[in-house]
Design a protein around this ligand. Structure first.
Ligand SMILES: NC(=O)c1ccc[n+]([C@@H]2O[C@H](COP(=O)([O-])OP(=O)(O)OC[C@H]3O[C@@H](n4cnc5c(N)ncnc54)[C@H](OP(=O)(O)O)[C@@H]3O)[C@@H](O)[C@H]2O)c1
Length: 247
């Protein structure tokens, strides 16, 4: 397979490293000199530009490989050959409904009732793992049917029937990615979205017109500036837009 132009340019910047992709889709960087973490990130960014399913950051590289290939600010000094054996991962998407002030919740509930939004949530997430914080799970009150429901909590003793319990978002994403190679969903609440947005490729948002009373918010998502889809809807009580955004 030919090495894409972006990588050739990058190779010019890091001449001591050669980047190739073989017939099986395995990316390989081989070199004689240490490589710094920023350059590992630059490598992965360039790979991602040509291969959207590629792993895109050194943190994820660490997570996926389970070995210390690169760590923040430190050069890679190991055997001067880095291999990314699995360059496919599922799309990571967040799904949320928010008002004009990014409010998503009030007193453990949604601030509105929009049946079409509930149906859209179900349709989009059906068959895929859905990650949520413990309070969001408790507001729903049960496992989502047809979907692996992954609950994030710091409580080691927490149990929930037929759900997967994890203790960090990283653990949740690792579990979800190992069980679905197409798409996994992050479904709130506030802290889970806040941490999860860095990992997300796509957002499925329902933008509800108006200002609602609430305490729980969706984080700033201005970096997702590519609109894939936008449709205006209304029912008897609410006006809203279904929006799909990517970075
Ligand atoms: N509009 C929407 O699209 C939408 C979507 C989701 C939720 N909501 C609303 O948002 C509200 C719930 O959201 P919330 O922000 O209050 O709570 P939440 O994120 O659902 O749950 C918070 C809990 O998750 C656990 N948690 C969070 N971050 C963690 C981490 N990094 N590591 C380990 N555990 C972690 C902790 O559980 P423990 O306390 O057990 O340790 C924490 O108390 C409800 O009103 C719900 O209706 C709205």
């Amino acid at each position: 397979m030919n090495v894409p132009v972006t990588l050739l340019l990058l190779q010019h910047l890091i001449p001591e490293w050669r980047i190739t992709r073989d017939l099986h889709g395995t990316w390989r960087a081989t070199g004689s000199a240490p490589i710094s973490a920023p350059n590992v990130n630059a490598l992965l960014t360039a790979i991602h530009a040509t291969d959207p399913n590629a792993i895109t950051d050194a943190t994820r590289l660490l997570t996926e490989r389970g070995s210390a290939v690169a760590s923040e600010g430190k050069p890679v000094t190991r055997d001067s050959s880095v291999e990314w054996p699995t360059m496919t991962r599922p799309r990571i998407s967040a799904i949320a409904a928010l008002d004009e002030n990014n409010i998503i919740g009030a007193e453990g509930r949604l601030p509105w009732r929009i049946p079409e939004d509930t149906r859209r949530f179900r349709r989009l997430t059906m068959g895929h793992p859905v990650i949520m914080g413990r309070k969001t799970y408790e507001s729903i009150g049960q496992k989502l049917d047809g979907r692996t429901t992954i609950i994030v909590t710091r409580n080691d003793d927490y149990t929930a029937p037929e759900c997967v319990i994890v203790h960090s978002l990283t653990e949740a994403l690792e579990y979800a990615s190992a069980h679905d190679d197409h798409e996994v969903f992050i479904a709130g609440g506030e802290a889970i979205y806040q941490e999860g947005l860095d990992h997300c490729d796509r957002l499925y948002l329902t933008l509800v017109k108006g200002e609602f009373t609430g305490t729980v918010r969706f984080p700033d998502y201005s970096r997702f500036n590519k609109t894939v889809e936008r449709t205006s809807r209304r029912d008897d009580n609410h006006e809203y837009e279904f929006v799909v955004l990517e970075r």
